[in-house]
Write a protein that binds this ligand. Structure first.
Ligand code: SF4
Length: 325
């Protein structure tokens, strides 16, 4: 059994004047100890996917329209409030881009970690505090700093504290939403190394949400490319990076700077992602795609397997140039 199985997850934001179709029927699996990258531009639906997986989509206006999120076989989307509270932290935790969204500015970092531990485990205050000290050391911060407040830490140190809080109850699944985007490059590398080490130490499954393909190359065994709320390509890292099949993935990869490459050859993808409140009937990449065909305009491509475990949503790989609508 997979650690995580997402089936046909669909999430909308229903507003008075419009319906924002943020996530449109996505499915994927994650094994224990595996890291999968979820890649896409801003607005592709990555964060909504992660919130859906934690059953934390703000309702209203957000609504999970269909699908299931199975963690160890149990559907997160049908859990009671009590079950969900146990699930958050004990089984799954989430790290956000800005550490200050997760930290309480008027509470010491030691107490924040200890309170998280006490919320999930029946420990005395003193024992929880001792566990919190160990956790702080695990993320590379001296336990002398337990009594400090978040504002006394640098950005990278704050993100280490957030990681300590996320891992305090030893979750089996970690969702990391752009965890290094707000940090400068050298600190980014340190945080990624730390996350890699901790993932191995705790055998967690990790979903790394990012727009940075370099982070994916460094951290992930598998990757899914998200566009306009759909997974347009997914597979093992080498398959997708060495033999990209979807024109959007090829565009993303060819827009990457390379030390060996003449900068004039870098080609950004022209155009914009469609408005999720007004998606086209056919392939959502159609307006930007240099290989579009007539069928692409009004028929949604199905998910084709181009090689073992490597899937793409594109009519170029359909024998009848057709697909599901
Ligand atoms: Fe391009 Fe058509 Fe493939 Fe969409 S389905 S990516 S428009 S070729």
């Amino acid at each position: 059994m997979s650690l995580l199985e997402v089936n046909n997850l669909t999430i909308y934001y229903e507003k008075e004047q419009s319906v924002v179709k943020a996530v449109n029927g996505i499915s994927f699996k994650l094994a224990e100890g595996e890291t999968m990258g979820l890649v896409g531009e801003t607005g592709a639906g990555k964060t909504t996917t992660a919130l859906g997986m934690m059953n934390l989509v703000p309702n209203p206006p957000g609504k999970i329209k269909s699908g299931e999120v199975l963690v160890d076989g149990k559907n997160v989307l049908t859990m009671s409030k009590k079950e969900l509270s146990r699930f958050h932290g004990n089984q799954a935790a989430m790290i956000f881009q800005d550490p200050m969204t997760s930290l309480n500015p008027i509470m010491t970092v030691g107490n924040q970690i200890a309170e998280t531990i006490r919320h999930h485990e029946k420990l005395s205050r003193a024992d929880a505090y001792k566990s919190a000290e160990k956790m702080l050391e695990t993320v590379g911060i001296d336990s002398d700093r337990m009594s400090d407040y978040p504002h006394q830490f640098s950005g990278g140190m704050k993100q280490r504290v957030v990681i300590a809080i996320a891992l305090a109850c030893n979750p089996r699944l970690l969702l990391a939403d752009e965890p290094t985007t707000a940090l400068d490059v050298t600190i980014q590398a340190q945080i990624l190394d730390l996350m890699n080490d901790l993932k191995k130490k705790y055998s967690m499954g990790m979903l790394m949400i990012t727009h940075d393909l370099g982070v994916v190359a460094e951290m992930c065994q598998r990757v899914s490319i998200m566009y306009a709320g759909r997974l347009v390509e997914s597979g093992d890292l080498e398959d997708v990076f060495d033999r990209p099949s979807h024109p959007y993935t090829r565009g993303l990869l060819s827009s990457l700077p390379s030390l060996n490459e003449d900068m004039e050859r870098l080609r950004p993808i022209p155009g914009m992602m469609p408005d999720p409140a007004n998606l086209p009937a056919g392939c959502p990449f159609c307006p930007r795609c240099e290989q579009r065909m007539e069928i692409c305009q009004d028929t949604m491509p199905g998910n084709m397997e181009v090689s073992n475990g490597h899937f793409t949503m594109c009519h170029l790989y359909s024998s009848n140039k057709g697909g599901t609508t």
